[in-house]
Design a protein around this ligand. Structure first.
Ligand SMILES: [Zn+2]
Length: 339
């Protein structure tokens, strides 16, 4: 198991970032990977916390080109900090992993569970799903900053959380059918996070400070669950395969958590779970529940349902078992109101 060793969550904790990374920092420079929008929001606070040792490297996209650039600029650095929503954390995490440097995750929104997980999602690789790196050694989450992120990002984080419901079901199914390792502790941890949204969606959906804190803690817990399992199994099942296939079919439409949330509604029906409860919870937090809401058309949904399991044949899920054809996919998407 590889787990983060330090987590600091609270209002205004960005000002403590210097002390937070101190044990890794020493006298050498600290690389701060961040996108330009985020920089304009938090640069002043980060600079005053880190001091002159901080070297900013702009992350424009979550791809290998940006990972390489962060790696080049990390020569002689003591650690890397990823400050941002998704891409800066992913890019910083992989650059630090390849450079054998400690990585600190400083999320400025809560749109997916990469905040604390050992995985990095990057574009332009030979496969459309995340790759194994190492979990951050520390996570510093300033609730004041995260609560001011656009609601759409926070609602997307809720979508990634509810997806653990079907991810765990798929994992149990795979264990039964293929004998794959199943860890009940990490599965329970992931499920607990899903229930933060499923059971408290009306409160969470207001995105007040307290509910944002619950959301962030739940997302961190799912990353920890993946660290305990040593795989993304507790966090990613058929609903993620569906989302990854949609990434290929309809690039740049919808956020990761939004697509996973919609996928969870349909996979919940296949698993004979209460898919209406999933849909209601997503609605309550303001996350999309139909393909139209994210600009995806009916045929992109049905093709993704038919082909999703082909992008990762080693991951046995309900889609591998049922092998939906075009008609079956259309029926599923229609009865759940997705199309
Ligand atoms: Zn996810």
């Amino acid at each position: 198991m590889e787990l983060p060793t330090k987590v600091l969550i609270g209002d205004g904790v960005l000002s403590k970032l210097g002390e937070f990374v101190e044990e890794s920092a020493g006298p050498r420079k600290i690389v701060i990977a961040s996108g330009s929008n985020v920089q304009s929001k938090v640069k002043e606070a980060v600079d005053s916390a880190i001091g002159p040792k901080g070297v900013w490297v702009e992350v424009a996209a979550a791809d290998m080109e940006n990972v390489d650039r962060v790696m080049r600029r990390s020569s002689g650095a003591s650690c890397i900090i990823g400050v941002g929503g998704g891409k800066s954390v992913d890019v910083g995490k992989l650059a630090a992993f390849k450079r054998h440097l400690p990585f600190y995750s400083v999320p400025t929104s809560a749109s997916h569970d990469g905040i604390a997980s050992p995985f990095a999602s990057l574009k332009g690789l030979d496969r459309p799903y995340s790759i194994m790196a190492k979990p951050p050694v520390g996570i510093l989450a300033d609730i004041e900053v995260i609560a001011s992120a656009p609601r759409r990002l926070l609602a997307s984080g809720c979508g990634d959380l509810v997806s653990k419901l079907t991810a765990v079901k798929d994992w149990q199914l795979a264990h039964k059918v293929t004998g794959e390792y199943y860890g009940s502790y990490s599965a329970s941890l992931a499920l607990m996070s899903a229930h933060v949204v499923l059971d408290g969606s009306k409160r969470i959906g207001k995105f007040g400070r307290e509910s944002v804190r619950d959301l962030v803690e739940a997302l961190i817990s799912t990353g920890v669950a993946a660290g305990i399992a040593g795989s993304s199994r507790p966090c990613s099942g058929s609903e993620h395969l569906f989302s990854h296939y949609l990434d290929l079919m309809a690039p740049d439409k919808g956020l990761h958590g939004e697509k996973c949330g919609i996928g969870t509604i349909m996979m919940a029906k296949l698993h004979r779970l209460d898919w209406r409860e999933v849909r209601a919870a997503l609605r309550n937090v303001g996350a999309p529940v139909t393909a139209g809401e994210i600009g995806v058309d009916d045929s992109e949904v049905t093709e993704s349902l038919v082909k999703a399991s082909s992008i990762r044949p080693d991951r046995y899920t309900i889609l591998s078992k049922l092998k939906l054809d075009k008609k079956g996919s259309m029926d599923l998407a229609r009865t759940t109101g997705v199309i």
